[in-house]
Ligand binder design. Sequence first.
Ligand code: SF4
Ligand code: SF4
Length: 439
Amino acid sequence: MENKYVPSRFNAISHTDDNGVVLFNSYTGAITYFSNQEKQVVISSLKRAGTNLLENEIQKDLHTNGFLVSSSVDEKRRAQFLHQSLHRTDIMHLVLMPTEACNFRCTYCYETFERGKMKQSVIKGLKAFVQEKAASLTGLHISWFGGEPLTSLDALEELSESFLQVAKEKEIQYTCDLVTNGYLLTKEVFERLLSWNITQFMITIDGVDEVHDRRRHLTSGGKTFDTIIENLMAIKEVSGSFDITIRTNFDEDNLQEAAELTTFLKDHFADDKRFGIMYRPVGQWGGKNDDDIPVCSRTMANQKIWELTDEAITQGFRMSSMITDSLMPAASVCYAAKPHSLVVGSDGQLYKCTLSMNEEFNKVGEIHEDGQLELDYDKVAMWVTSGEETDTGCQSCFYRPACQGNHCPLYRMRTGESPCPYEKRNIKKVLNLIWKNSI
Ligand code: SF4
Ligand code: SF4
């Protein structure tokens, strides 16, 4: 039978402001720009009828990047196979809470702060668990979370040094990210974190001066904006490679002032490509102030995320690398949906999700001092099998390899709907912004 090349079911296309196009394929993760001159060949090659031969360099390029596939390829089966790779046992992701206490009281926070610093028995248990697991691992990723992890720097240090040692001995690829409010992130602390392989950071800033301070203040009510900015300015002087996402949580309360923040960030950080911005709407995440939060409507939130990002890029401030990274195969899958991922609370309670920590269905087990895990596999199974396996919409979605129906298992459990990420819902705009961000 004659071979034929047809467009991949996982393609998305967007037009750029200079009359070119950006193509994206969620199975290969390729994102490729074609100029105005090349565009016609691209578009005609990607017609549903396909093409019999790869006749020119552009068509060969389309094939190499997965935009054109042989008609004999079963792409749905490939996606299924990719989904199975989530079950790899040689890669582990732990989300650790060195403390569940916090020095901030943000207006929209969902945490209850009932548990404080990580118990010594849990630290001991984690060290023993990783030591024991290490023999079968090729990769270990730690997300440092809380509470505010930097209020428990000694626990973070003790665990980091132990994990680094094990990773070195067993030649495991060891990577980390950290979510912090930035208040205690002095240059000295930052350099120590880098020495523990923590290179990806997320820090939330909600506005300039009092706009930020009224939303994200200290437990005592004190201001935090100036200290965070001083810290970030000092960090700019640190050489080496790291990636800082400045996240802005918006609702009706600070939306009007977002433009002012964009200009401020551009003035202070646009010259350093290690800093990038990400906007996210505040949700009613289960905190005690939920009823008072002026959340944006879903439509408004969807629109504003990308309008604000566009404005930042136009002004010369980089979009967070987390956005482009989330488009890669399996990269939009939440850790809660991954079989070899666990959240470890400061008292040794194990969870899958970092949001619904008071829900019984999220309390999936415990870690003991000797490193043994006691797991309720029925609960774990509920988190890791709630995606594309049964959702026919997901099975035929162009974004399936990236998300696998698993962007937020909690959202699916609560609403019964597919948890499509913001990037998928606005893919044309996002591709346009990726292009704009790259020039
Ligand atoms: S399941 Fe949803 S709410 Fe929970 S950690 Fe994942 S994305 Fe967040
Ligand atoms: S949840 Fe949405 S984006 Fe994800 S695979 Fe399903 S339909 Fe696609």
